[in-house]
Design a protein around this ligand. Structure first.
Ligand SMILES: Cc1cc2nc3c(=O)[nH]c(=O)nc-3n(C[C@H](O)[C@H](O)[C@H](O)COP(=O)(O)OP(=O)(O)OC[C@H]3O[C@@H](n4cnc5c(N)ncnc54)[C@H](O)[C@@H]3O)c2cc1C
Length: 417
């Protein structure tokens, strides 16, 4: 058995693994990160394709995430903001929802839109008040149910649920059925209400890159697959066994369950994202577009280059289309269905959009049906010498992954000292 000259081996270089490493480094504990992929970042990566920046699945940073505020230099990321609202496709036209989580009464148009009733606007402001009052910890003392049940109990109309909550929070949770925990609803509502929805100028992949810049590059080994783990040791796919004082498994939840004996099963939700390039942007503003109808394959769409022009080349536009789940269709058929849906929204021009790439992410988010978030955090210590972090230990999000990394490092530091 070979001893790596390090105190801690971290398996996985996503946000959780990187934040764990940073915390260990602050406490002068040596570590090595073993990452299976050819680069760090895990689920938050940006590919450059024909000069376009393609995030691996549409995702955004909520600037209010407390852990991101702690760990990231927002200025250096050059964050670009989305319009605080959305355009909802319903009955042949787009309807604007203006800032529903911050100023529900800011636009008279919103009040009379077919998306929701005046009562819905009042309920939105109640939900907002409930979500932002008290501390984050006190939010997690509210009873947990499904999002759908919670919004029905709050009295939202069916039209508001079908035309706003299902496409909007369905897109956030990757679950249009809204079976996701009401704690995610309140947590994300708080984040939307108290900050901006942003992307870094040069793509979401800048987030893990910035985190990795705090640690020496020679302690990160990419293209290194760990086959099995036990306390104080890991076995690589090549058969080599490495020893350390502690092993931290920072992989996706389902992988942690494969690697660690008796680890509870983690179910995950898939998502599919298609990218197109167009000569002309279908929208002139940095706005999220939602499918408010129960038909059509698209859930949501945006034009990242309208938020940050660096996402596209020259005067062209980059379009990101989100389809929930992982449809059992080959990419060509899926593209055709998406184009059909898009043509209805944007007309014949869509035929000329250039297809760039499809991402199918089978394990995009851990599934958190109630009572999954009671308590809101799950243990990070498996046994002495073996620890686990990742978004499946916390709120499934960028924030949760980063918090879990820090929590795990704290557990390791406590045991090693
Ligand atoms: C399409 C999509 C949209 C999303 N939208 C949002 C959003 O808008 N806002 C938000 O807050 N969150 C969003 N998320 C969630 C967020 O990206 C994740 O919660 C977070 O990135 C998880 O980080 P992690 O470190 O826990 O796991 P990961 O990023 O999955 O990192 C795990 C790492 O472990 C590595 N690994 C796995 N097995 C092994 C092995 N055997 N050996 C070595 N290495 C291994 C993997 O390669 C990976 O790099 C989205 C996720 C996706 C996929």
């Amino acid at each position: 058995m070979k001893a790596l000259d390090t105190q801690v081996i971290i398996v996985g270089g996503g946000l959780a693994g990187l934040c764990c490493a940073i915390e260990l480094q602050k406490n002068r504990i040596s570590f090595n990160i073993l990452e299976a992929d050819d680069q760090i970042g895990g689920r938050v990566q940006t590919d450059v394709v024909d000069g376009f920046l393609l995030d691996r699945g549409f995702q955004v940073l909520l600037s209010a995430y407390p852990e991101c505020r702690r760990m990231l230099n927002y200025e250096a990321l050059k964050l670009r903001r989305f319009y605080p609202g959305a355009l909802v496709w319903f009955q042949g036209e787009f309807h604007r929802i203006t800032d529903p989580w911050r100023q529900p009464f800011s636009a008279l148009k919103t009040v009379f839109s077919p998306i929701g009733t005046l009562n819905d606007k009042i309920r939105i402001s109640r939900l907002r008040r409930k979500s932002i009052s008290g501390t984050l910890d006190s939010l997690f003392e509210h009873p947990e149910t499904s999002t759908l049940l919670a919004i029905k109990e709050m009295g939202f109309s069916d039209s508001m649920i079908d035309r706003f909550f299902k496409p909007f929070f369905g897109g956030v949770f990757l679950d249009r059925s809204l079976e996701t925990s009401s704690r995610m609803l309140e947590f994300t509502f708080r984040m939307f209400s108290t900050g901006d929805t942003v992307i870094p100028e040069q793509g979401m992949g800048q987030i893990p890159k910035q985190l990795a810049s705090h640690i020496p590059s020679d302690v990160i080994q990419t293209q290194t697959v760990v086959r099995s783990v036990k306390p104080h040791a890991v076995e690589l796919s090549c058969g080599e066994v490495l020893k350390a004082d502690a092993v931290v498994v920072a992989t996706e939840g389902h992988r942690s369950a494969e690697l660690i004996d008796d680890f509870p099963k983690v179910s995950s939700v898939p998502v599919t994202c298609l990218y197109f390039a167009a000569k002309k942007s279908p929208v002139s503003e940095p706005v999220l577009i939602l499918n408010g109808e129960s038909r059509g394959i698209i859930n949501n769409l945006c034009v990242p280059s309208a938020v940050s022009p660096a996402y596209a080349t020259g005067n062209s536009a980059l379009i990101s289309v989100t389809v929930l789940g992982n449809p059992d269709l080959d990419n060509g058929v899926l593209e055709e269905l998406v184009r059909e849906n898009l043509s209805e929204w944007f007309g014949a021009d869509v035929r000329h959009w250039f297809y760039l790439r499809t991402y199918r992410i089978q394990h995009a988010l851990p599934q958190v049906h109630p009572p999954a978030l009671t308590p809101p955090q799950r243990p990070v210590k498996s046994e002495t010498g073996l620890y686990v972090c990742g978004d499946h230990r916390d709120m499934p999000s960028i924030h949760g992954a980063m918090v879990s990394g820090r929590r795990t490092a704290e557990a390791v530091i406590k045991d090693l000292s």
